[in-house]
Design a protein around this ligand. Structure first.
Ligand code: ATP
Ligand code: ZN
Length: 293
């Protein structure tokens, strides 16, 4: 069976974006009735929809070849299973950003992280939390919670928590204050280090190359503008991540040219203002849908 199996989150913060990313790589799936296994239509790449926590195990056991999961989950799994930490991060992905932070009750009196030495910390990420605290010279006892970590201090089961934060609203609602960021996380594509049959490896390489194209295109813009002929060098240098622009003559205006370039970095308003300042006019910034090579 030389089909590739990709595990993604069934329902949650990463599900829609993971699926969207794979679809933008040209993959299409026939959804099965039970909705857990989607068969790849044009490519031998199938989807398995699961809880995000199960993804590292599915990779480590060789049930799936690829998986999209938060770095927080993957790191925790690798620290837990040091005997077989065979997960390989293939690409970091531009979604699912969050941070694992220590939070303490308002008015707790804690001044610095060092004050947490010997304290009890409630968390869903005990291995990751302990490992980071140990590297800071702090030894704390972790109390494992699978959800609703933020209620632990109020219940008296912990002095502090280590939990995922993106906006901090949940912390404030529970009278906790963010104390220190322990780990920055995004979603990532993981594989396992086992040697795969050549056909499978080729398929994965092809998917990775498309994925790189999709990720690059998402950031890139196609810029078109008119420029004084003698300002072309200056203007090219002002374009973020652009090389070798195309120049075209403007009919009836020998002093000016049309310049087209692909910018491989984010184009901000400041860039456009600087271009205008250098004499550019008729500036257009267009999205790039796909990119290869
Ligand atoms: P499942 O049912 O699959 O176990 P879950 O409740 O564990 O789902 P979600 O809340 O959907 O998971 O979060 C999935 C991932 O999204 C997290 O592991 C983390 O990497 C990322 N994430 C981004 N922002 C946040 C946030 N504010 N809180 C929690 N996770 C976040
Ligand atoms: Zn989960």
């Amino acid at each position: 069976m030389n089909r590739i199996r990709v595990a993604i989150q069934k329902s949650g913060r990463l599900s829609e974006k993971s699926l969207d990313l794979l679809q933008r790589c040209g993959l299409r799936f026939a959804r099965s009735k039970d909705k857990l296994y989607w068969y790849g239509k044009d490519f031998p790449i199938d989807l398995l929809l699961v809880r995000d926590d199960d993804i590292p195990r599915l990779l480590l056991d060789g049930v799936c070849d690829l998986g999209i999961v938060g770095e927080n989950i993957a790191e925790e799994a690798m620290l837990e299973n040091t005997a077989d930490n065979n997960l390989e991060q293939l690409r970091k992905l531009p979604f699912g950003g969050c941070r694992l932070s220590l939070a303490v009750p308002e008015n707790s009196g804690f001044q610095s992280v060092a004050d947490l030495d010997g304290c009890r910390i409630a968390t869903s990420y005990p291995a990751l939390t302990r490992s980071i605290l140990t590297s800071k010279g702090i030894s704390a006892e972790t109390v494992k919670f699978s959800g609703s970590v933020e209620i632990a201090p109020g219940l008296g089961t912990a002095d502090a928590i280590s939990d995922l934060v993106s906006t901090g609203t949940t912390l404030r609602a529970n009278h906790l204050v963010e104390f220190e960021v322990l780990f920055q996380s995004t979603a990532a594509l993981y594989g396992q280090l086992e040697q795969l049959p050549v056909e499978k490896q080729n398929m994965i390489d092809r998917l990775l190359s498309r994925l790189d194209g999709v990720l690059l295109a998402a950031e890139s813009k196609y810029v078109m503008l008119h420029a004084p002929r003698d300002a072309v060098d200056t203007i090219t240098r002002l374009l973020p991540g652009a090389e070798n622009p195309s120049l075209m003559n403007l009919e009836g205006d020998p002093g000016r040219v049309a310049l087209h370039a692909v910018c491989r970095e984010t184009v901000f308003w400041e860039h456009l203002e600087a271009l205008k300042g250098a004499g550019a006019s008729a500036i257009l910034v267009l999205p790039v849908e796909k990119m290869l090579g």
